[in-house]
Design a protein around this ligand. Structure first.
Ligand code: ZN
Length: 263
């Protein structure tokens, strides 16, 4: 089983198309971790593609905000401006699709995995941006799965929790060790489901990367027999095309410019 894991597409259809073209014939399923819309110029095209292709999809805060003024009121001015534009732009069918996505983590029992936009304890809003947040989530009873996929921060990330024996003569003396690994494109990570550890994975953002790398970010999760491998990758896309589309839509200048820098 080969899964293309996408998050934070943000209505950047040129980026989404580039990722789909770049990964052609390399996946059997597409999973989307939310924020299909917001910020970018082609919300309907992106929702159409995800509706047609994704077998798993959770909503992000921007997907919720187009449906609900109370959520968008918490956004900064630029994000809210883009949400207001998106709300007017979306077809009835695409709004209904976003509405149909339940704001809850989706368990995938066959892989001992949970998929969510933000975090297991706060599926739409919490930023999984540090070891403390990861630990706080690992402690929650509703999050028992070995693996968890998150988006929302727009940063490719890996958090790993291991419970290690600290005294070779005393099996009961154990200590939790957490590490945050910098994902490197093109370097597959063997997730070793046989080990007693837990891993939180973020594929980064397709449509608005924020790690100072402007290339679209995504991952392939490949199950091969007992092995489970995380392939995090980047690909170029025609950024100027998205920027021109944003200009024509009258979206805020800063949102247009930031795509050139990846922040
Ligand atoms: Zn986002």
């Amino acid at each position: 089983m080969r899964i293309l894991v996408l998050s934070d597409i943000h209505a950047n259809f040129a980026a989404l198309e580039a990722v789909i073209a770049h990964t052609r014939d390399r996946w059997d399923e597409l999973w989307c971790l939310g924020d299909i819309v917001g910020y970018g110029p082609r919300p309907n095209e992106c929702v159409d593609l995800i509706r047609a292709e994704a077998s798993l999809c959770v909503p992000g805060n921007h997907d919720r905000a187009v449906l609900d003024n109370n959520t968008s009121r918490q956004f900064n001015d630029m994000a809210r401006e883009a949400i207001d534009w998106t709300r007017a732009e979306l077809t009835t069918g695409n709004s209904a699709y976003l509405e149909s996505l339940l704001p809850e983590p989706v368990p995938v029992d066959s892989l001992d995995l949970l998929a969510t936009h933000a975090s297991p304890r706060d599926p739409v809003f919490e930023y999984m941006d540090g070891i403390d947040t990861a630990l706080a989530n690992w402690r929650r009873p509703e999050f028992a799965a070995k693996f968890c996929l998150v988006g929302h921060t727009h940063l490719p990330d890996i958090f790993r929790l291991r419970v290690a024996q600290v005294d070779p003569d005393d099996a009961d003396r154990r200590e939790a060790r957490v590490e945050r690994m910098r994902a490197r494109p093109g370097t597959p990570v063997n997730l070793q489901p046989e080990l007693n550890h837990r891993v939180i994975l973020n594929p980064g953002s397709v449509g608005q990367p924020r790690d100072k790398n402007k290339r679209a970010s995504f991952a392939l999760l490949v199950q091969d027999g007992p092995e489970l491998i995380w392939h995090y990758e980047r690909t170029d896309y025609p950024i100027e095309l998205t920027q021109t589309q944003m200009q024509q839509a009258g979206l805020p200048r800063i949102l247009i410019d930031r795509l050139s820098y990846g922040w």
